[in-house]
Design a protein around this ligand. Structure first.
Ligand SMILES: Cc1cc2nc3c(=O)[nH]c(=O)nc-3n(C[C@H](O)[C@H](O)[C@H](O)COP(=O)(O)OP(=O)(O)OC[C@H]3O[C@@H](n4cnc5c(N)ncnc54)[C@H](O)[C@@H]3O)c2cc1C
Length: 447
């Protein structure tokens, strides 16, 4: 089994590689009948929390043999096996000049991504990638295979858009397709002196007039071994005929060391991005938090982080740590009568305009440093949230796909959404198989 981060490489006593939904159904029926056996479900294996997509001494259901991507001729839907990676999807869909709402790095899996929300190139304009799913094929705890969509099992349909592995094993996603066109974007590596101007440009982008074609993120990296802070932007403009639009400010920041902005098909952008992340597998831990944009908050968070990470990293210098702070926009909720998701944003909220979430990341080489970095991550989140609260811009939402195991993304959706998710879990999994036999993941009832 392949996992991008070393801490995910556990040793299950049995690995199941289903090829069909019926194989999954057989596996779940057997596992359900011996209820002391714990199991894990692995999509693309890119969630960084150890034990979420693999299990020590239990059974791992690895979806990797269900990688099929089918585009029916003349169809507006792409059918994706739950083991497919985003690169598989874009490569196949583009043969029919189609694309979908999906990941921006090709090596990432579809299943965890879509059941946790999913931020795509088109999210500012079209919302969460999970809202591009028109049907989930799911194997329930009973072994029954059902279709969840707007007209059949619609409660389960909503729950799977944000509730991840609490209800069953998704075996296929049917994704709404739309015409594929080249987009403009890529990575710009800036010189260290560009950090403040880059964060100012990001702040202006978020406080200025909303441009629905700007996607991506800005990151500051701290490499302890070289004692350098390096700002980077990975951003795209999805309507290249209008470029650079509101991306202008970011692309004009200087000094630039390498400018990789190109106009290309999405599959080429996702392949390039995969090359940039796959180079060096380490132990990666992450956490997230969300705030409302203000003219000062991005700089203040960065200043706090910049003061603390050299000191934290120094304590574990033997592990060659790299720290990352990433700022990124959130998508908006489904509107105009579309089927709901479970992420908790109301029709009238505009997270795509006002909200920014952080990814706070440490990557290191030596397992001995794990506990230390986990404690440091918790402290950093606490300090950053304290600062954000002091400025009055804290927002409770935690994006599940970048949540740490000590965080509570499902609770952050709000009481109403949480209750609905719990009711769906009780209805479709009355014995609580996915609560107790699947210990990994953000759980609804182990709270
Ligand atoms: C390099 C990188 C780039 C990323 N880029 C983006 C991005 O552009 N946008 C974004 O929104 N997020 C992004 N993410 C975060 C990403 O969404 C999560 O890591 C997500 O979990 C990846 O999906 P996966 O299938 O690889 O997950 P996995 O790690 O395989 O699974 C995650 C969780 O989902 C559950 N699960 C997996 N398969 C199934 C299934 N078939 N049925 C039910 N439950 C299942 C697992 O049990 C696990 O708890 C990125 C992450 C990385 C590491």
């Amino acid at each position: 089994m392949s996992y991008p981060f070393l801490q995910l490489r556990l040793h299950p006593s049995c690995i199941v590689r289903p090829r069909t939904a019926h194989d999954v159904s057989t596996a779940i029926s057997i596992l359900e009948s011996c209820n002391s056996t714990k199991f894990a479900i692995k999509g693309g294996g890119h969630n960084a929390n150890a034990g979420y997509n693999n299990i020590q001494d239990g059974v791992t259901i690895d979806m990797q043999s269900m990688k099929y991507v089918e585009v029916a001729r003349g169809d507006a839907v792409v059918r994706v096996g739950a083991g497919a990676l985003w690169q598989d999807v874009y490569d196949e869909a583009e043969t029919r000049n189609l694309t979908v709402l999906g990941g921006r790095i090709g090596v990432v899996g579809t299943a965890g991504f879509l059941t946790g929300g999913g931020i795509s190139f088109f999210s500012p304009e079209r919302g969460w990638a999970c809202d591009g799913v028109v049907n989930f094929e799911v194997v329930l705890a009973s072994g029954k295979i059902v279709s969840a969509n707007a007209t059949s099992h619609s409660d389960l349909f909503a729950a799977l858009k944000g509730g991840q592995n609490n209800f069953g094993v998704v075996t296929r996603f049917d994704l709404k397709a739309f015409p594929a066109n080249p987009i403009w974007g890529g990575r710009i590596i800036f010189g260290p002196k560009a950090t403040t101007p880059l964060l100012s440009a990001f702040t202006e982008l978020k406080t200025g007039t909303f441009d629905p074609y700007v996607a991506g993120w800005v990151t500051v990296l701290y490499n302890h071994t070289s004692a350098t802070f390096n700002p980077v932007s990975i951003m795209w403009y999805t309507k290249p005929e209008l470029k650079p639009g509101a991306l202008k400010g970011i692309t004009e920041v200087q000094p630039q060391i390498k400018n990789g902005m190109i106009q290309a098909p999405i599959s080429e952008h996702t392949r390039n991005a995969s090359r940039q992340v796959a180079a060096n597998p380490g132990r990666t831990i992450w956490a997230t938090t969300t705030f409302t944009i203000s003219p000062t908050i991005v700089h203040r968070i960065h200043a706090l982080w910049k003061d603390l990470v050299p000191e934290i990293s120094k304590q574990y210098a033997y592990a060659n740590p790299v720290a990352e702070l990433t700022f990124q926009a959130l998508p908006g909720p489904p509107r105009n009568g579309s089927s709901p998701n479970s992420l908790g944003f109301g029709q009238n909220e505009t997270p795509e305009k006002n909200l920014v979430f952080l990814q706070i990341v440490f990557t290191f080489e030596d397992a001995a440093a794990t506990d230390g970095f986990e404690e440091a991550l918790k402290d950093l989140v606490k300090l950053i949230e304290g600062l954000v609260k002091e400025e009055g811009v804290f927002h409770k939402y935690k994006y599940l796909n970048f949540g740490a195991s000590f965080q509570d993304p499902l609770g952050s959706y709000g009481e109403k959404s949480l209750m609905a998710l719990k009711n769906v879990a009780k209805k479709y999994d009355p014995a609580g198989v996915f609560q107790t036999q699947v210990p990994g993941g953000f759980k609804l009832f182990k709270r």
